[in-house]
Design a protein around this ligand. Structure first.
Ligand SMILES: [Cu+2]
Length: 154
């Protein structure tokens, strides 16, 4: 009986050691899997009734040691999309198409109202609030999709 108890406690010790090293491994894996490009607050405003154009905004963070070049490929449920920069010319707001965005290593960038934004044209379907729409970019030449959340303006 004493022997059995010793064997049992040995196994419990081994099991708990295995568990703790497993836990450490999980933490390490989590650190490694941080995306080079992190996107938050990704949102698309549902087009207003009678309007065909709208915009998407997001916060982007370059977690890598290299610059990230970002180009836009397409946006789900819209027939056309472009990256725009807002400008003030002769006191008037205007927009200019931008081919690419470069985010320096460990820097952030924001698509925001009144700044750079993703301009969307001609919704191909009815979009509902909280619907997830895929926005496809090329991140350093490699296609990558991100979920944007559809929001109503009101
Ligand atoms: Cu625009």
């Amino acid at each position: 009986m004493k022997y059995l108890f010793a064997v049992l406690s040995f196994f419990i010790l081994v099991a708990s050691l295995a568990n703790s090293s497993f836990g450490e491994q999980k933490i390490v894996l989590k650190q490694v899997s941080v995306d080079p490009l992190e996107i938050s607050e990704a949102r698309i405003f549902i087009p207003l009734k009678g309007s065909s154009a709208t915009a998407a905004y997001a916060k982007l963070k370059n977690n890598s040691d290299q610059d990230i070049t970002l180009t836009l490929v397409n946006v789900e449920s819209f027939s056309a999309s472009e990256i725009h920069e807002s400008l003030v010319r002769d006191g008037k707001m205007s927009m200019k198409k931008v081919d690419k965005i470069i985010i320096a290593a460990h820097k952030s960038f924001e698509f925001s109202p009144g700044g750079h934004h993703i301009m969307l044209f001609d919704a191909t379907q009815n979009i509902l609030a909280n619907q997830k729409l895929k926005v496809q970019f090329k991140v350093n030449g490699k296609a990558q999709s991100f979920d944007f959340n559809a929001l109503s303006r009101f």
